[in-house]
Design a protein around this ligand. Structure first.
Ligand SMILES: [Ca+2]
Length: 361
């Protein structure tokens, strides 16, 4: 059903992109038609069917990652859980996740949120960031008529993984609070996990807490790990198959104005147009040179590991409070996981644009 919808939708959007964009997002500008040149060349191929669950903190790059996964023909997203310790607060995070799912024609995907405090400590994202993503960066979406799931995030994660006849790919895009709680309460979940792709960590590169307006004496941690270091340690120690997509890899994929302009000239679906509108709100950040495809790259690697260079490494998460809290330290002790050390940014951008524009079959 989903594929049939996507096929019909793609035909419709390719035929009347202007009408569709205006009808779905009346407050936004119309998307231009693609040029012949933009449609030329072989399209990436998709692999076998994948069952995916997304755990997200609903920031702008999460929106891009979610729309990417919902547009993949071979991916079925069974559930979206919002992590309440991340950038979005629970109530707006749930609402925005439901509406994004509806934008992509998947309004029935169950969505719920988890606890709003870390397992340990009191680290949080800056309140100004949280307010902005809660507010959908000033954008608006058509409302999904469905209510949130009646299950908690941990219950939904657990049932979605346990009930799947196919092993599940779990894609985590925020702090690991929900996932750690689920794995602690039901350790056997690892038996039905094909892989957990974790956007987070900084292994052999600096962290990303040193940003304007944030005064933290920590140059080694990445935000998702910093916010809930104990949760990160629990997940890495769980025995689940894990592929970490740390800053080592995402630093290779900056989101720059060239890509922004390319998307502006090549957006033929509501999904692609929404990403363009979101990035329009992020132009100052993009121009600063500090914006990267963090979560979209992790989502894309979850569908195609060839986009990254992956190698096993043994890591320890520094849990103690202090200047290294949340660090993912390469060491002889700890948990051995797969780590993406490099990424092919050009290949990623190609597949991201094709996927957002519904060109894959
Ligand atoms: Ca995120």
């Amino acid at each position: 059903m989903k594929r049939k919808w996507q096929f019909l939708a793609a035909l419709l959007f390719l035929s009347i992109p202007l009408l569709t964009a205006c009808g779905t997002l009346p407050s936004l500008t119309a998307a231009p038609s693609p040029t012949a040149n933009q449609q030329a060349g072989p399209l990436p191929t998709t692999g076998p069917p994948k069952t995916v669950v997304i755990d997200t903190d609903m920031a702008v790059d999460d929106w891009m990652a979610i729309l990417y996964l919902l547009q993949r023909p071979e991916v079925t997203v069974e559930a979206i859980t919002v992590v309440g310790t991340g950038e979005a607060h629970c109530a707006p995070g749930i609402r925005n996740a439901l509406d994004l799912a509806a934008l992509a024609g998947n309004e029935d995907i169950p969505v719920s949120c988890g606890r709003e405090s870390p397992l340990q400590g009191d680290h949080t994202f800056p309140s100004t960031w949280r307010d902005s993503v809660d507010n959908l960066a000033g954008l608006s979406l058509a409302k999904n008529p469905n209510p949130p799931s009646s299950q908690s995030a941990v219950e939904l994660l657990t049932s979605a993984i346990q009930d799947s006849p196919q092993k599940v790919i779990l894609v985590t895009l925020g702090p690991l609070t929900n996932v750690s709680e689920a794995l602690q309460s039901e350790p056997s979940l690892v038996d039905n996990l094909d892989m957990i792709y974790v956007m987070g960590g900084a292994v052999n590169v600096p962290g990303n807490l040193q940003v304007p307006g944030v005064d933290l004496d920590n140059r080694v941690a990445e935000w998702n790990m910093y916010v809930d270091p104990h949760a990160a340690a629990v997940v890495l120690d769980s025995g689940a198959p894990i592929t970490l997509v740390p800053l080592d890899a995402t630093n290779r994929a900056p989101l720059n104005m060239d890509f922004y302009r390319r998307l502006g000239a090549d957006r033929t679906t509501p999904e692609a147009d929404f990403v363009y509108q979101a990035l329009t709100q992020m132009q100052d950040f993009i121009n600063s040179g500090g914006y990267y495809f963090w979560d979209p790259l992790a989502a894309a690697i979850a569908t195609d590991e060839a986009l990254a260079t992956v190698e096993p490494q043994t890591l320890t998460v520094i849990e103690q409070e202090g200047s290294e809290s949340g660090r993912t330290l390469g060491s002889g002790e700890g948990s051995t996981v797969l780590v993406c050390t490099e990424a092919d940014a050009a290949a990623f951008e190609e597949v991201f644009l094709h996927t957002l524009n519904g060109r894959l079959r």
